[in-house]
Ligand binder design. Structure first.
Ligand code: BES
Ligand code: MN
Ligand code: MN
Length: 457
């Protein structure tokens, strides 16, 4: 093992160069003008898999962006890991808020800045380098490995479910490993055991059949922007609870044990608010911050527009107003049901002065993964060896829709072994990845692969 760890330490510069070339490909899955880049990125990933010694590397076309698969199955009797990750990234807008160009890696103060550095290219690359370190030094892996990298995670993994359904045999494994989440904080490595689900809606409110002069008509017509704002503000009550009837019906409540465990985590509301530059925190009354973001469902307005938003002033009473509204879900809420609840409620509260169109965009289910599985135990040992610290156990507020499907379709539990940090600006300008965590991440994965068979008896 020491030989492999030494190899990792000696190759840091090369790792950064190679990762930069992956980060340079603008594989933005949600924007059609980047479709060629997404294909290029899938090819980069496939080539990388070949070069680190993976076998049977294949690019599968889907109705959307390609899936890249590879395997190394030469450890008979040892467990088989299904490693999942995504090579697509979020849009870079607003691009003028980046301190350096989003697709040119830039290192500042021990952090690597680029879109995808933390979410998720940097984290899949951690596994590529761990595999390579084994292959180059001992010529084999201590486990069997199947890699599945998709290009549509950031747009809801639309085509992955059917890919998994159609390829159950190919994907047959013992456990899933995903590095696409965060540690609790710098110097506080963690294992994640819970993710929230998502139901994402778009609502369009139409008032008059055309834009109107706001002087001529203002006062006689319900402005759709006002109507939409009134409707949106009615979705929360004064206790920060969502007012949609039935919204909380399926929510699995927190046990005393879990609430106590959350309380023991090194979290400070004061620091949290200060880091975000807000005067006070907001949320559902009766729950702590960590409970609110990890284990309670929420409703957020992600974007709202209508009327004139260009330069200068234009007096207009617009015909339409639109908003994008998402609900983060927790076990045992079901995204399809929540979409329906939202749609019915939104239509019901609409005043007669406007017409409403509600569209469900994409969704996914919340997941809880076991905290005492062999994979989690091996991960805890690996983290201790690489970071020199016992991991904390935490949940996360974000979503990885495929986790539940791996359980349902393949019967597999997932280990969420994340190396990002919550303040690394995923999805935002100046996304970055801490380099200590990156290098320790590679060592963690090396140890993890090595330890897993010891726990798989
Ligand atoms: N890596 C994130 C998920 C995540 C975020 C896990 C934070 C843990 C903590 C993933 O790439 C992501 O952004 N997922 C989307 C899901 C969606 C588009 C269906 C999300 O959470 O918004
Ligand atoms: Mn991700
Ligand atoms: Mn993401």
């Amino acid at each position: 093992m020491q030989k492999i760890i030494n190899f990792v330490e000696k190759n840091n510069d090369r790792y950064l160069n190679e990762l930069s070339s992956l980060l340079a490909i603008p594989s933005v899955s949600s924007q059609k003008n980047h479709n060629d880049d997404t294909i290029k990125c899938a090819e980069w990933v496939a080539n990388e898999m070949r070069s680190i010694g993976m076998n049977n590397v294949k690019i599968f076309q889907t109705p959307g962006h390609p899936v890249v698969y590879s395997e190394w199955l030469n450890a008979p009797g040892k467990p088989t890991i299904l490693l999942y990750g995504h090579y697509d990234v979020q849009p870079v807008d607003p691009v003028n808020l980046w301190s350096s160009p989003p697709f040119e890696s830039s290192i500042r103060n021990g952090d690597l800045y680029a879109r995808g550095s933390a979410d998720d290219k940097g984290q899949i690359f951690i596994h590529f380098k761990a595999v390579e370190a084994f292959m180059k030094n001992v010529g084999s892996l201590p486990i069997n490995l199947k890699m599945l990298m998709e290009g549509e995670e950031e747009v809801g993994s639309t085509n992955l479910e059917s890919f998994v359904k159609e390829n159950k045999n190919l994907l047959k494994s013992d456990l899933v490993v995903i590095s696409d989440s965060s540690m609790f904080a710098k110097g506080k490595p963690s294992i994640c055991y819970g993710l929230r689900g998502l139901a994402y809606m778009e609502v369009e409110v139409t008032g008059p059949n055309k834009d109107l002069h706001s002087g001529t008509f203002g006062g006689a017509v319900h402005n759709p922007i006002q109507a939409l704002s009134e409707m949106i503000s009615s979705l929360h009550d004064k206790n920060g609870r969502v007012t949609i009837p039935g919204f909380y019906d399926e929510v699995l409540s927190l046990s005393k044990k879990e609430r106590d465990a959350f309380k023991k985590l090194p979290h400070s509301d004061k620091k949290y608010a200060k880091d975000l530059g807000i005067g006070e925190l907001y949320g559902e009354k009766g729950f702590s911050t960590l409970e609110r973001v990890w284990a309670r469902p929420t409703l957020e307005c992600n974007g709202i527009w209508g009327g004139y938003i260009g330069e200068g002033a234009k007096t207009v009473l617009p015909s339409k107003a639109t908003a994008k509204i998402s609900m983060r879900l927790v076990p045992n809420q079901k995204s399809k049901k929540m979409e329906k609840l939202f749609e019915n409620h939104f239509k019901k509260i609409a005043p007669k002065s406007v017409k409403i169109k509600v569209t469900a965009m994409h969704g996914g289910e919340a997941a809880l993964t076991p905290m005492d599985s062999p994979g989690v135990k091996a991960a805890a040992v690996a983290i201790k060896k690489a970071f020199g610290k016992e991991p904390l156990f935490q949940r996360e507020g974000g979503s990885i829709p495929i986790v539940v499907q791996f359980k349902q379709l393949l019967g597999l539990d997932t280990v969420l072994l994340g190396f990002g940090l919550p303040d690394e600006n995923a999805h935002a300008p100046d996304e970055h990845l801490n380099l200590d965590n990156f290098f320790n991440g590679i060592k963690t994965v090396v140890h993890f692969y090595n330890e897993l068979p010891n726990f798989w008896k």
